[in-house]
Design a protein around this ligand. Structure first.
Ligand code: ATP
Ligand code: MG
Length: 217
């Protein structure tokens, strides 16, 4: 049995064409069932639905053989386990693309704050990425960990800036925030459990090859 961990929503939807290229069809719709284990047309392949941030954990500990997770999630996960997750990442799938950026209120002079070497308060779910980014720039930051609705932080005075994922920019715009710096491009990767890679080598290799042939930039 091959178990693939996916999160509901964009990652599930955007992984479907890759699975199709590998001859795998998920036979249930995650939006219409309460089941967390979904069968496929292949008797030896199943999909487990987990939170996006839990995908690396499932794959690292063998709850799933493979998974699809955003670069954002993978960096934060690696930092939380001191870089020892030991996940094999054979493919950038080029799906769920967005970018990680710094955003502030329009009336906050980010460039000046950075240049003056002032301490800035940054709210984010992505503390590992933010810590590294500002350390590289030599900017002193107080990081405030949030789990969602980051846009609210600069509006309420909780923080001067946020580090968040941006795709179209419409959420920032709706909250009168401006993207002041792009930190990195984000896409989702295939991750594989190390032991599974050895024990189910042939089956996993076939899947990786099929996925690789179906990646569209
Ligand atoms: P939830 O939104 O249910 O709280 P989540 O934010 O962890 O969960 P998704 O919104 O499905 O889950 O995001 C999953 C992954 O997709 C993220 O880790 C990121 O890599 C990517 N992603 C997030 N937001 C966007 C976006 N607006 N456009 C494209 N990709 C995105
Ligand atoms: Mg989300």
């Amino acid at each position: 049995m091959l178990t693939l961990a996916l999160s509901k929503g964009r990652i599930f939807e955007e992984t479907l064409p890759l699975l199709a290229a590998a001859g795998i069809e998920v036979t249930e719709d995650p939006e219409k069932t309460r089941k967390l284990i979904l069968a496929t047309n292949q008797p030896d392949v199943r999909v487990v639905l987990v939170r996006a941030t839990d995908v690396p954990t499932y794959v690292q500990h063998g709850g799933a053989d493979l998974g699809v997770a955003g670069k954002d999630v993978l960096i934060e996960h690696a930092a939380s386990v001191d870089g020892t997750s030991g996940l094999y990442q054979p493919l950038d799938l080029q799906i769920a693309k967005c970018r990680m950026s710094v955003a502030t209120r329009a009336d906050f002079d980010y460039e000046a704050a950075v240049k003056q070497g002032s301490r800035i308060r940054v709210a984010t779910k992505y503390t590992a990425v933010a810590r590294q980014h500002f350390a590289d720039k030599g900017v002193h930051v107080d990081l405030i960990k949030l789990y969602g609705s980051m846009e609210l932080a600069p509006l309420t005075g909780l923080a001067d800036a946020i580090v968040d994922l941006v795709s179209t920019g419409s959420t920032l715009k709706a909250n009168k925030l401006v993207e002041v710096e792009r930190i990195m491009d984000i896409s989702s990767r295939l991750v594989v459990n190390q032991a599974a890679l050895k024990l189910k080598r042939e089956r996993i290799r076939k899947l990786i090859d099929a996925f690789a042939g179906a990646i569209r930039p």
